[in-house]
Design a protein around this ligand. Structure first.
Ligand code: MSP
Length: 649
């Protein structure tokens, strides 16, 4: 099967930002996913360089448009590389291969009477590169909801494209092809828009010279949108290039909601007029907005350096954030503390932690050798069934261009795997020789779960499979998509490694700006009223001790492996804590303040050399530290990447 996917081509009037990166990352996921299916994929992106706004920006920078765009285009290419974008081609509309195709199509449309010469008298919004008739303006400004900027009056000789002639044919096509414009909300919008009536479109300009010349009337340059849309076939070598023959029609043109109109009206009409098939799907996603719902834009001064972000958190984590946070059909919210939160909770706690925890147990209990499994129990069967369910759902979501739902499904599997660790409690099995076979099965299942996670996350986070292969001592066979719900693939006898955590936890305060830290602090401080009330009765401070006396107390970081309430008490919680290579049972009076799930995978502090004591028949081997005042209690936790066993002093 062939699969041709495109992103819009970007205006290189300013460097790309994290919001603009979404389209390209989403397209990359689909391209990678189809490659994993064994499809022959062609993934195109590029830059839209012949716009009037490029002329303006170059002028403002005292340079020539071509010199200006050459610089910015490099930034785009570098960003796509930094984000592991796997495009097969990059088209620039200033390239000869594009220009000849645009001229050829313009001439053909003119010769067959679909383009005619007249005069344009109306308004133009340069930021949107859109013509507007007077009656469409809102308060004399650009009516585009995302724009609202000043428009300019134009009165010039122009060529026009007969959109009106094709209105009926286009409506019929959209009605007969329900999957053509997605999601359905955009389809409905487009239907209403077209039913409102299409006017012929002005498709040339004479007031500036930057752009593709109309071959038979060179004082005109081709209108940038007519020029830009043609990139999807010029890059393939239309009309007789091999790639054109192999890949057209496109399987998906993915883009932001703001430009669906151009793709759902002008583009299909060009294609109908030159009599070639229409793309199969036009998908319009939402936008990344700031926390206050505003646009991310240079003029608002809220654009962060994408390269710095990638360097800080890694391409996989940024990709994960962008893909996860934008729900299908809606806008997403971008802020750096949201990124950090996602990394800490989904990537470090859920995913990375499962991998390190389970590998550490294979290392600890079987010297790192994946054991041969014996009989599956109910829990293993449940995991197997879930993997099939999840794979199916991921396939479905990606076919609908919905990476966020696909990731949600994958994390359902990750969460189930974490629960499996707690339910099977390998540390308890390891204590009993007669449980050896059971422990083998559990540890083998861990290796299988990691393998499946590597496959499922591969299109989203392309750095993961090779890292996991290395840990699992395996080759690239690991990333065969069809094996994502097959079991028994991991080979017993292979040696695994503990390795570095895949996603270290991030300390929020380390990276945020002062203003962001203040917001986070404010949120954190919005805890119970009582904390702010001044009338506390503090316990008196105890009598002095010497440093030597204090040194007798051995405080250690402990990693909570599992937690459960002690039956028939409302205060006590039983924790299994990993400390310096051993697993300790600790009973603590915190059950009123925490649910077991809150504590699993947390790094707490414990008194490691406290004499064991029995509480409700359970031997407690240590005591965990918590701060408390009145009704409020908080267990002391460590956020940096310190292993269970690290000293606290
Ligand atoms: N040059 C045209 C496209 C021509 S395609 C034949 C264009 N370029 S653009 O640079 O302005 O936008 C490129 C893409 O980035 C669009 O899909 C747009 O929706 C997307 N985004 C720009 N800012 C965005 C966010 N903040 N969030 C998500 N996508 C955003 O339009």
């Amino acid at each position: 099967m062939k699969y041709y996917i495109t992103t819009p081509i970007f205006y290189p009037n300013s460097s790309p930002h994290i919001g603009t990166a979404y389209t390209t990352v989403a397209a990359d996921v689909l391209a990678r996913y189809h490659r994993l299916q064994g499809d022959q994929v062609h993934f195109l992106t590029g830059t839209d360089e012949n716009a009037q706004k490029i002329v303006r920006t170059a002028e403002a920078n005292n340079t020539e448009p071509k010199i200006y765009v050459d610089g910015v285009v490099e930034r785009f290419k570098e960003l796509w590389q930094a984000l592991d974008i796997s495009n097969d081609d990059f088209i620039r509309t200033t390239e000869e291969r594009h220009q000849v195709v645009v001229q050829r199509i313009f001439t053909k449309l003119f010769e067959q009477g679909d383009i005619y010469k007249s005069e344009y008298s109306g308004w133009y919004c340069t930021p949107c590169e859109t013509f507007w008739m007077e009656n469409k303006l809102i308060d004399g400004k650009c009516p585009n909801a995302d724009c609202g900027r000043e428009v300019e009056l134009l009165k010039e000789e122009s060529y026009f494209f007969r959109l009106s002639k094709y209105q009926g044919a286009l409506l019929k096509y959209i009605e007969e092809h329900p999957a053509f414009i997605q999601p359905v909300s955009r389809r409905n919008e487009m239907l209403r828009f077209i039913e409102g009536g299409l006017e012929d479109l002005c498709v040339s300009r004479t007031t500036f010279q930057w752009g593709i010349k109309v071959p038979f009337d060179p004082k005109h340059v081709v209108y940038v949108w007519l020029d830009a849309l043609i990139n999807y076939i010029s890059a393939l070598g239309y009309p007789d290039g091999e790639n054109y023959k192999r890949f057209w029609p496109a399987d998906v043109h993915i883009m932001g909601k703001d430009i669906v109109r151009f793709h759902a009206v002008i583009w299909p009409i060009i294609l109908m007029a030159i009599d070639i098939p229409l793309p199969k799907v036009i998908y319009g996603h939402g936008w990344y907005l700031t926390k206050d719902g505003g646009k991310i834009s240079k003029s608002r001064g809220n654009v962060q350096d994408s390269f710095a972000l990638i360097q800080r958190y890694g391409s996989d984590a940024i990709r994960y954030f962008l893909l996860r946070e934008m729900q299908a059909g809606t806008d997403g919210t971008y802020s750096e503390d949201n990124v950090v939160e996602r990394i800490n909770s989904d990537l470090a706690n859920d995913f990375g932690n499962f991998v390190s925890r389970s590998l550490a147990m294979i290392v600890k209990y079987r010297d790192g050798i994946i054991p041969r499994p014996s009989q599956d129990g109910e829990l293993e069967l449940e995991l197997k069934a879930l993997s099939s369910e999840v794979k199916k759902a991921v396939d479905g979501s990606l076919r609908r261009c919905d990476p966020a739902s696909a990731l949600e499904e994958i994390w359902r599997f990750v969460a189930r795997c974490n629960k499996y660790v707690d339910e099977t409690s390998p540390w308890a099995l390891a204590k009993h020789e007669e449980q050896k076979e059971r422990l083998d099965t559990v540890l083998y299942t861990f290796a299988e779960c990691i393998r499946i996670m590597a496959i499922l996350t591969a299109p989203f986070m392309p750095g993961i499979p090779s890292k996991i292969c290395e840990l699992l001592g395996k080759d690239e066979r690991l990333i065969r998509w069809e094996e994502a719900d097959q079991w028994g693939i991991a080979e017993a006898g292979i040696k695994v490694q503990k390795g570095e955590p895949l996603f270290p936890r991030i300390d929020l305060a380390q990276y945020l700006t002062a203003e962001e830290t203040a917001t986070v602090d404010k949120n954190l401080n919005e805890s119970p009223e009582s904390l702010q009330a001044p009338e506390f009765e503090f316990e008196p401070i105890k009598g002095e001790i010497t440093i030597d006396e204090f040194a007798k107390i051995d405080l250690r970081v402990g990693k909570v492996l599992s937690a459960e309430k002690v039956e028939k008490t409302d205060k006590l919680m039983k924790l299994e804590v990993e400390v310096a290579g051993e697993v300790r049972t600790i009973v603590s009076g915190i059950a009123k303040h925490y649910s077991p799930d809150d504590l699993v995978n947390q790094y707490i502090v414990l008194v490691a050399n406290l004499k064991p004591t029995k509480l409700r028949g359970i031997t407690s081997q240590g005591m965990i530290l918590a701060a408390s005042q009145g009704e409020v209690l908080e267990v002391i936790t460590i956020n940096k990447k310190l292993p269970g066993g690290a000293r606290v002093k």
